[in-house]
Design a protein around this ligand. Structure first.
Ligand SMILES: [Zn+2]
Length: 180
């Protein structure tokens, strides 16, 4: 009888322990779920950051490709310009009057044989001079027009009197005939 009571008590204690243990398991499980959820969120954020990095890396690559293309284009245009000058023009200038020569120009006797860059420089200057001439021409034409516009009509008294006399004759034709 006493033993049975002891067993009962032990069982009760065990049942209590079991209950506490299962409560702790529940709490741990909740915590674990929370951690799992948090981990999922972090993974998601990491993926987003990775994608953003990829896009940025792509942008950077495209930008540097564009810069490279631009460099090539500038180089190509410059090279073409120089090649054009080489093919088309040869400018020889007397040393006495030359102002566009540089260290790359060749010397030949009393002359400079202009290098491509010097030819480009002199061509630019000629172009500018032609523009200036063109503007000067336009300005002179404009000035002339203004002068013509502002010219006062010259009053010729002799002609005026002649006209007046003719008018007088017309108006007083009877008088004229009477006087005759
Ligand atoms: Zn030169």
């Amino acid at each position: 009888m006493k033993e049975l009571q002891i067993k009962k008590n032990e069982n009760q204690i065990l049942a209590q322990d079991l209950k506490e243990a299962s409560t702790r398991v529940e709490i741990i499980k909740e915590k674990s779920d929370g951690l799992k959820e948090h981990n999922r969120k972090l993974q998601k954020e990491l993926q987003i950051k990775k994608n953003e990095n990829q896009i940025l890396a792509q942008d950077l690559k495209e930008a540097s490709t564009r810069v490279e293309m631009l460099h090539q284009e500038i180089f190509y245009v410059g090279a073409k310009e120089i090649e054009k000058v080489k093919l088309v023009k040869k400018i020889v200038c007397s040393k006495k009057v030359s102002i566009f020569h540089c260290k790359d120009c060749k010397e030949k006797g009393n002359d400079y044989i202009y290098c491509p860059q010097s030819i480009i420089n002199i061509s630019d200057k000629k172009e500018k001079e032609e523009k200036i001439k063109e503007y000067q021409g336009l300005f002179e034409t404009y000035q002339k027009q203004e002068e013509e516009r502002n010219e006062e009509p010259i009053f010729d008294e002799e002609i005026f009197n002649q006209i007046l006399a003719k008018l007088d004759i017309t108006y007083n034709s009877e008088k004229v005939e009477m006087e005759k």
